[in-house]
Structures are given as C-alpha cells and as structure tokens.
Design a protein around this ligand. Structure first.
Ligand code: URA
Length: 239
C-alpha cells in the first residue's frame, strides 16, 4: 500500500497534507526516513514512525455492503465478479471476506470483515442470530403459511426448519410480498422454505442481521464501515 494512502487512511490528513508531512522528514519506515509519497509499505510487516511515534495500523475492518444481484459472496472466483471485487484498494489490503453468503441473485445486507472471530460470532449456529429478508414470491401467501413457518417447515431434503416469523406484506392471486425472519442459514433457506409452501421466490433481499438494519442510503454495490454503535449491537468492540 502506498505510504501516503496509509497515512491518510489513518487520519493524518489528506493525501496532499500527508505529502507535505513526508517532505519534512517526519516519517521513518524501518529506520529509514522516507520522503517519497509513492513508497509502498506493508503495514503488517514494516514499522512506520511519525515524529518517532509508531503509526498503529488497525488490524480489522468491518463493512456493510448493499449487495447487488449478479455478484457472488466469495473472495475470488474464476467466472463471476465477487463482492470483494467491488471494494476499493483501501479495503482490499485488509484481505476481507464476506460474513456468510447471499445467493448470487440476492441483494441487501452483507457484512464483510477480516476478523475471523467476528465472523464466527455471527455465523455460529449456536448463536441463533436472526436474519430478516424481504421477498417477492409467486402465488398467494395465507395465514396458514404463517402458521406453518411458525412451527417449522420441512425442506426438500427432509430437514425441518426452526420456527420462523413470516409477515405477509401483500398477497394477491399470483404474487405476494413478505418479510421472513429466521435464525439459521441453510443453503438457499428462504427459497426452499417458500418452495415448501408452493411459492417461488422471484426477488430476495436481506434487510437485517440481528438488530443491524441495512443502511438504505447505500446504493446497490455501495458499502461503508460499521459504526461503533453498530458493532456494539453484536456486543463487539474492535481491537
Ligand atoms: N436464503 C436464500 O434462499 N438465499 C439467500 O441468499 C439467503 C437466504
């Protein structure tokens, strides 16, 4: 990563201001004064001092993305664009990965981090973190469907889901809209739960994870850092 970018990211001013700072000889990398803003440094391996004080490069990042359809929740793929491809270089240097998966055609709230423990805390089946989805389906949802979901439905492989909360937002003869909250994350779970009710999902978007809501001001494909308050929703304090 470029030295000016690193210092700027760490809050030591704009790239222009950082350039000036470098000119003064205030920055020492591995014992050598560096004045060239273009110098590449690896903050994980090299020591950067500013006026003799170590620049603590933070270890972890926590991002929320409004995932668009058409990209996959993986770090790399030979064929498809991944959610990591949508990040800027500033984020990619952290080697982040998606927390869990959304299907290629699913939109909405996706967390991205490089903190394995955070990932585990959210993904561990024992933690029962609730996830809420908005969906459009074919066919007419009924109160009976709501009751089925509340008891747990049987998926195509015989697995009986944990109770979920189905809210019908709109129900017409050929299409319905719903909100579904579930506490587990089996493969294609929402789509398969709907299939067990003879409905096919035509649009799917995740709107929340636990108490964390998707920031609807993010356009599809946009992302931002989680705030400390948002991390605290998961009882998480960044190191
Ligand atoms: N359930 C699905 O079927 N797909 C998703 O992407 C997420 C949950």
């Amino acid at each position: 990563m470029r030295l000016d970018k690193l210092l700027s990211n760490m809050g030591f001013g704009s790239r222009k201001e950082v350039k000036q700072l470098l000119k003064t000889g205030a920055i020492v990398v591995d014992g050598v004064t560096v004045k060239d803003a273009k110098t590449h440094v690896d903050p994980a391996l090299q020591t950067v001092l500013l006026h003799g004080e170590p620049v603590e490069y933070r270890k972890y990042i926590y991002l929320m993305m409004n995932k668009p359809g058409g990209v996959i929740s993986a770090t790399e793929d030979r064929r498809d664009e991944t959610v990591i491809d949508l990040l800027g270089e500033e984020e990619r240097v952290f080697d982040p990965f998606p927390v869990g998966r959304l299907d290629k055609d699913t939109e909405g709230l996706l967390l991205i981090t490089n903190d394995g423990s955070f990932n585990h805390a959210l993904m561990s089946p024992r933690k029962h973190v609730a996830k809420t989805y908005f969906a459009q389906v074919t066919g007419m949802l009924t109160e009976e469907d709501v009751r089925h979901v509340a008891k747990g439905v049987t998926l195509d492989d015989g697995y009986v889901t944990k109770p979920g909360v189905l809210e019908i937002l709109q129900a017409n003869e050929d299409t319905s809209e719903l909100r579904l909250t579930i506490t587990e994350g089996k493969y294609h779970q929402v789509k398969r739960m709907m299939l067990s009710l003879d409905k096919e999902v035509t649009y799917l978007k995740r709107v929340s994870i636990g108490e964390l809501l998707l920031d609807e001001s993010l356009e599809l494909g946009e992302y931002r850092e989680l705030t400390e308050d948002e991390l605290a929703l998961f009882d998480w304090q960044p190191e």
